[in-house]
Ligand binder design. Structure first.
Ligand SMILES: Nc1ncnc2c1ncn2[C@@H]1O[C@H](COP(=O)(O)OP(=O)(O)OP(=O)(O)O)[C@@H](O)[C@H]1O
Length: 766
């Protein structure tokens, strides 16, 4: 046990005969760390070797891979522990001497082939220290042999002397720079590996073992070590690779399934030593100096975590192809015996073995499925997140575009000033927004595409794995179903989340619209009253006014009265991972909607009938008016015909169709968002199209039967008749008469006709 920063008895401090509290004193940590061995200040390299590496060497002879690595702050004595000096040889030399001694002892029965390599990892590049070159070496992963360094030279050695000479040469090539903490600081991680091939002469059995010694570069706080420029970068790189090593150690200690070996070259190289088939010793060097307090504390934490890692090791026995001829017959006999025994054993214990095997297979499949599912979950989450962002962006853009189209439509039908204002301010703004949206959506589309491909591949793999697992072990159907359900749940949750986001945006828009509608209906009321006051409100205008007011009222309090918004909502809230949708797919779908839907106050019939040609055919030019006798007339009040500027001083409606407006945008808006009036009355075959009144802006009026013989009023020139044969006249007086009764605008009670003209009084102006 090592006691770090122990509590110390401090002599009491008195001031004016009273004992004082010592505020400035730092609280001691007094942390206890338990390790396999702890070495004191007087321990030698031999002490370290005897209780660490020596034990490991015995297992090397039995065929186990082994690694010894030293870790610690800069200047703590790592290189000294590994290499030592003449008086105090380091762990490498002592191990090699011991190893070669063992080789000599077993020389008669075993043939040993020994090779060595020496490399360094400097700033995330791997260099061969025994064949110096400026070109870094590449790491390759091999399913059978693990991580290999391509092009690394392996030198055959016959004695300890050979090895030490090679190491001396290699050390000369190793990157060293002075730091504040160490005049000969090693700035790279050095990995020295000994490859031993042992062949037992009698049995022909072959063992290949790898012994590694890793001298890590010193961990340091870059600012504390007083370096700058290149040295600072060097220190940052060292710390980065040590951090990834620390992460791997943490995850291994916690039993995590995913270990981030690929985060750095160092961890990739040490993968075998950390988690593979390897017996590993970690030597943590610390300095007793108070100046290294923080470094010592960090090193101890690092080592404590590393000590929790548990490895599964197995002997590296390879059936040799190089078996000596005399051993072949013995070996064959033994093999036959083994087969016989195995057969006997399997006969006697069929059931338990099968059961145990099944259980193992099941567990193995579950482990593999869980691992693959963890990867797929990450990909799925990423894809869902991107898709949600794409739809939210597209929906927001759609809402903006629609709002703009409404404004453009209103401006177009109101005045040239309004239209010009839209032209100068809003269109450029809208164009900028559209460009912005296009750029963002292209980026998102690309990301989604890549993410989807990865997700799809991983899903395919999972699918294959499920099939294989179920065919080998059908009883794990429940486990497979559970994994599938988890994935479905994630998608449903993401869909819900998207729906909430879109609904929130839609409600915001509806709230703003409701506000506008109430503002506009107030204004419309004023305008209508003014027109009426001047006798300029035609029946068509009047009918339309009441219709609009009715709709404005019914729209109040509704959260989503707009059918088109609902279609948009449906389109954008669809989150189907199977179907990859790009921004252009949305646009195509929206165009389809645009053809089938008439905006603002849409007739349900038009939505039900998706044939655009039919819905367009049913559009009429004019306002239907139902008379008291159920007869329907349609007044063609299209803007062209209502243009009273042709022959009148009073302008009811004056559309400027040739204004210098960016036609592209406006024409699009008109095509998509036609303000449509109620069409139900059009189904009546008896309806007649009647020409509009343009002369003085006086509404068209049927002359009641009682007034039939009367001469037309001055200024009235119409000879129009409805289907009933009743003549229609422009009759200002009759209008005033009608207004007195304030009937529903669509009905003209015959009763009005019975009133005497003399009784008619204009009681209402405004
Ligand atoms: N146990 C020891 N006995 C005598 N000298 C030592 C001992 N440990 C370290 N030293 C000396 O301390 C100095 C720094 O040690 P060393 O170079 O081994 O540190 P290091 O941890 O490898 O540092 P770096 O990470 O910077 O390379 C060297 O001069 C070394 O000889």
């Amino acid at each position: 046990m090592l006691l770090f920063d122990p509590k110390k008895e401090m002599p009491p401090f008195f001031y004016q005969r009273f004992e004082q509290q010592q505020f400035m004193k730092r609280e001691n940590k007094e942390l206890k760390f338990v390790f396999d061995r702890v070495y004191g200040e007087n321990s030698t390299n031999k002490d370290v070797f005897e209780t660490t590496s020596k034990e490991i060497l015995a297992s090397i002879m039995s065929g186990y891979n082994s690694t010894i690595f030293v870790y610690g702050a800069t200047g703590a004595g790592k290189t000294f522990t590994m290499f030592g000096n003449d008086e105090q040889p380091g762990v490498i030399r002592l191990s090699m001497e011991k190893l070669f001694y063992a080789f000599n002892v077993h020389e008669e029965k075993t043939k040993f082939d020994i090779g060595m390599s020496y490399l360094e990892v400097y700033e995330e590049n791997v260099y061969d220290l025994l064949k110096p070159s400026k070109t870094p070496l590449q790491l390759q992963e091999d399913a059978k042999y693990g991580v290999k360094v391509a092009g690394l030279t392996i030198h055959i050695v016959k004695s300890v002397g050979d090895i030490l000479n090679m190491l001396d040469n290699g050390n000369k090539n190793r990157t060293q720079h002075p730091t504040d903490a160490n005049a000969n600081s090693s700035r790279s991680h050095a990995v020295f590996q000994v490859y031993i091939k042992m062949m037992y002469k009698t049995s022909g059995q072959l063992r290949r073992v790898k012994l590694s010694f890793v001298d890590l570069a010193g961990s340091e706080r870059a600012s504390a070590s007083g370096c700058s420029g290149d040295r600072f970068k060097e220190a940052a790189n060292i710390n980065k690779s040590l951090l990834s090593l620390g992460n791997c150690i943490n995850k291994l200690a916690n039993g995590s399934r995913y270990i981030p070996y690929r985060d750095s070259k160092l961890t990739r190289l040490l993968k075998d030593s950390l988690s593979g088939n390897c017996k590993t010793v970690m030597i943590a060097n610390i300095s007793p100096s108070y100046a290294s307090y923080e470094d010592t504390y960090n090193t101890l934490k690092y080592a404590a975590r590393a000590s929790k890692i548990q490895l599964n090791v197995k002997k590296n026995i390879v059936d040799g192809d190089l078996r000596p001829p005399q051993s072949v017959s013995i070996n064959e006999e033994l093999r036959k015996k083994v087969i016989e025994l195995e057969a006997k054993l399997s006969l006697s214990n069929v059931k338990p073995i099968v059961k145990e095997d099944n259980e193992n297979i099941k567990l193995e499949w579950q482990r593999r499925i869980s691992e693959a599912y963890a990867v797929q979950s990450i990909l799925e989450k990423e894809l869902l997140e991107l898709m949600t962002r794409q739809r939210v962006l597209a929906f927001r853009h759609r809402l903006h575009t629609r709002a703009f189209s409404h404004i453009a439509d209103l401006a177009r039908s109101s005045s040239s000033e309004a239209l010009e204002q839209v032209d100068t301010e809003d269109i450029s703004c809208q164009e900028r927004a559209a460009e912005n949206y296009a750029a963002k959506s292209v980026k998102l589309d690309t990301k989604i595409k890549f993410s989807w491909i990865k997700w799809h591949e991983s899903r395919q793999k999972m699918h294959d794995m499920f099939n294989q697992a179920l065919s080998e072990c059908p009883e794990q159907r429940d486990f497979v179903e559970k994994v599938k359900l988890q994935s479905e749940m994630r998608i449903v949750r993401a869909r819900n989340n998207l729906g909430h986001q879109l609904l929130y945006m839609l409600n915001e828009k509806v709230n703003t619209l409701t506000e506008h509608v109430s503002d506009m209906s107030g204004m419309l009321k004023k305008l209508y009253s003014t027109l009426k006051g001047y006798d300029k409100a035609t029946p068509a205008l009047e009918a339309e006014y009441f219709e609009i007011m009715k709709k404005a009222k019914s729209a109040e309090g509704k959260t989503c009265s707009d059918e088109d918004s609902e279609s948009d909502f449906k389109l954008f809230s669809t989150l189907d991972l199977e179907k990859l949708m790009t921004t252009s797919d949305f646009n195509i779908a929206l165009k389809k909607y645009a053809n089938t839907t008439i905006d603002i106050a849409t007739d349900s019939e038009d939505i039900e009938n998706p044939d655009p040609s039919q819905s367009l055919a049913r559009k009429r030019k004019g306002t239907p008016i139902k008379l008291a006798n159920n007869e329907i007339i349609i007044i063609n009040d299209s803007p062209e015909l209502l243009d009273t500027t042709i022959n009148s001083k009073s302008a009811i409606m004056k559309p400027d169709v040739n204004l210098p407006v960016k036609k592209k945008l406006l024409s699009k808006s008109r095509e998509t968002y036609t303000i449509q009036r109620n069409l139900n009355l059009l189904n009546d075959k008896a309806a007649k199209i009647v020409k509009p009144v343009v002369d003085l802006g006086v509404p068209l009026l049927r002359v009641p039967p009682t007034m039939k013989g009367n001469r037309p009023l001055p200024g009235s020139s119409s000879s129009l008749t409805a289907s009933s044969g009743i003549p229609l006249q422009r009759n200002g007086k009759a209008v005033r008469e009608r207004d007195q009764f304030r009937m529903h605008p669509y009905s003209r009670p015959v009763a009005t006709a019975s009133r005497k003209q003399g009784q008619t009084k204009r009681t209402e102006r405004f």
